[in-house]
Design a protein around this ligand. Sequence first.
Ligand SMILES: Nc1nc2c(c(=O)[nH]1)N[C@H]1C(S)=C(S)[C@@H](COP(=O)(O)OP(=O)(O)OC[C@H]3O[C@@H](n4cnc5c(=O)[nH]c(N)nc54)[C@H](O)[C@@H]3O)O[C@H]1N2
Ligand SMILES: Nc1nc2c(c(=O)[nH]1)N[C@H]1C(S)=C(S)[C@@H](COP(=O)(O)OP(=O)(O)OC[C@H]3O[C@@H](n4cnc5c(=O)[nH]c(N)nc54)[C@H](O)[C@@H]3O)O[C@H]1N2
Ligand code: SF4
Ligand SMILES: [Mo]
Length: 752
Amino acid sequence: MTTTSLPVTPVGARTAATHCPYCALQCGMSLTAEPGRTVDVTPRQFPTNQGGLCQKGWTSAAVLDAPDRLTTPLLRGGDGELRPASWDDALDVVAGSVTRIQQVHGPDAVAVFGGGGLTNEKAYALGKFARTVLRTANIDYNGRFCMASAAAGANRAFGVDRGLPFPLTDLAGADAVLLLGSNLAETMPPSVQHLAGVRSRGGLVVVDPRRSATAALTGEPDDLPVTGGAGPVGDQGVHLQPVPGTDLVVLLALLHVVVTEGLLDGEYVAARTTGFDDVRRAVAAWWPERAETVCGVPAGRLRHVARVLAAASPARGGAGAYVLTGRGVEQSTQGTATVTAAINLALALGLPGRPGSGYGAITGQGNGQGGREHGQKADQLPGYRKIDDPAARAHVAAVWGVDPASIPGPGRPAVELLRSLGARGAAGTYAEDGRPRALLVHGSNLVVSAPDASRVEANLRALDLLVVCDVVPSETALLADVVLPVTQWAEEEGTMTSLEGRVIRRRQVTEPPGEARSELWVLAELARRLGSTVVFPTEPAAVFDELARASAGGAADYSGLSHARLDADEASGGPGLFWPVPAAGASLSPHPGTPRLFLDRFPTPDGRARMVAVDHVGPSDDVRADAPVYLVTGRVLQHYQSGAQTRRVPELDRSVAAPFVELHPVLGVRLGIADGERVRLTSRRGHVEASARWTDRIRPDTVFMPFHWGSAGSVNRVTTDATDPVSGMPEFKVCAVDVRSVKRADGTEVVA
Ligand SMILES: Nc1nc2c(c(=O)[nH]1)N[C@H]1C(S)=C(S)[C@@H](COP(=O)(O)OP(=O)(O)OC[C@H]3O[C@@H](n4cnc5c(=O)[nH]c(N)nc54)[C@H](O)[C@@H]3O)O[C@H]1N2
Ligand SMILES: Nc1nc2c(c(=O)[nH]1)N[C@H]1C(S)=C(S)[C@@H](COP(=O)(O)OP(=O)(O)OC[C@H]3O[C@@H](n4cnc5c(=O)[nH]c(N)nc54)[C@H](O)[C@@H]3O)O[C@H]1N2
Ligand code: SF4
Ligand SMILES: [Mo]
């Protein structure tokens, strides 16, 4: 391993307007680079952040010169050590191994795993590389862990998936916002300002088994709600604290109340939706008292919330209402069903497509939205096209200059893909035939972030070839046979698409350190070495132009955009353009973009939104005698995802230096676990250890652990890889665990 401390080398203009490298809020910031100094970050006015940044944004430049930044390719030698190598040698090894593996085992034996942090250009190039050079069906990405259920629900109901089909700033005017399983006060802190209006009108409703920082914004007192009646209601809203994994029941009961109390927008339902009769029948049996027995939320509070939402709806003269979902309800085996129930509720109240109202899912990763539009998802081609649609294949094949028949069909979704790697003949894995033996990873630290991570690690170790492109030696990179150092964020040009579908520019201010190269170059070089005649441009603006052509006519149409147009828009004070932005015809002026979708119709064949009846089943791994406590997982403000980046930022690492487990003092006393004591959580998959943190902000039947650390502190050694049947999204949020002190009462360690 090489470690270098890097002086930052600025390019051309020393200050550039760009956006934060981390989450989908894509806060506006300016970067200034001067020779011999670290890059300075200053917040900038942009609609999503209004001049604010969170602690991660402020400190983001520290990753550019992390002491162990990857600056040269690394190859694993015969002795098992990773050693610096030249690009030529490293790329020859990759090309040689890929060729050998595919000759013996076929094209699908080489798989690709992408990431929602990649720019649109890189995501597009990766999907094209997989389909035209490797000709493998097996490409998927970490968005499957993140947005797949929201996408499946929205595509089915509305005919399109754009996380927020309206600008985030629209929330400001609403009378009510129902926020299910989102802790945006920690995951997108500057966005909280858009909730000021609704809070001042007492209309914020947060659904979370924890009194999260976001739930606390409702102003509800910290102790658990009393049973019966409406219970305590905060001066700024209501916090519903359900049993983990029962949000679907909460939503079915809310719709039940809307129907039985005559609060529905009948005119809208008749004119703009189909399927309501089935949905009405499905919610008939979920009266609030019955729902309370399953979800634990008092019936009176369910009725209260349904009435607050209805009063805010346009049909009843309110200023508007929003229903929003986050990972807390989507990372579930019934994630698509829960999203569908949230959409059904919004449709019954007449919200989607009405200015000032709507349904949305809060996209997570920096380019989590664009990352799912340009073809790194197993079933997609650029422009959010379906890979099994003959017209889509013909269009994209023409742009790529290949025969449509040469484009593979749909591949395996992420969890299935990871399960199929390596391990031979073990229960639940694929047969020997067709299992991938090589994996190329671009932008994910999946050995920390994938569910049932010990199994994932074993499968990665069993591969014939693991290639990881990264900026730092992540836990996954350290398992690789070949590590390729790539550029990040402030070292590259490109575009990102924010949580609202707004296409924005990422700009370069420093030269890449050492020999780090753009992934666009890496893919082009590999294509050449693998004998492909398909052209891979390496200039981001040229890649974007090709992407725009490939997307023309698709749901996510970027054909009216170019880097030049985005730059000109920004120079004239414009805040980016929302897709779809189709190309203008010869005589027309440029398309202005589409900030708000669904105003006139939904992009379904009949123009109406589809309501689909759903029902509650419960978590796949429910509590039982030997695992009597619910484990829920999530995030803290200071760390990002697998922590590969933020654990390398000294200020963030100092703030939250180690994994922890939140538990209620009542549970602590019953299990004999003191505040600060070391605990072990054990599930059917494995165990994890961390220190206990007592807090009365969590249900006493539930513990919470963030997933930002690897090895023995990785909560994903415990989580289940059971997936949603429609979306393939894993159930990260809820599983059953045994919780005990690591030390026995007599002071001896518990033996595994
Ligand atoms: N600081 C920080 N910010 C981030 C990220 C990060 O890693 N760190 N990642 C970004 C990404 S990729 C994403 S996807 C977003 C995620 O953003 P969020 O969805 O806000 O994040 P989480 O913390 O995963 O989950 C939100 C809440 O779900 C709750 N929850 C758990 N189980 C349940 C349940 O059964 N029902 C309900 N109703 N709630 C439940 C948790 O208690 C938690 O408070 O954040 C983005 N922003
Ligand atoms: N238990 C539990 N697990 C979870 C979740 C949860 O809530 N609970 N949430 C899930 C969710 S929503 C998500 S999004 C995933 C995310 O988890 P991961 O997929 O692991 O995401 P990151 O940690 O962001 O990893 C990104 C990696 O890419 C590198 N990188 C940054 N920029 C580039 C680039 O331009 N090119 C390349 N090649 N590499 C780059 C970073 O250094 C880092 O190593 O985790 C999931 N895992
Ligand atoms: S909220 Fe997200 S985009 Fe904004 S500064 Fe924090 S991490 Fe960056
Ligand atoms: Mo995510």
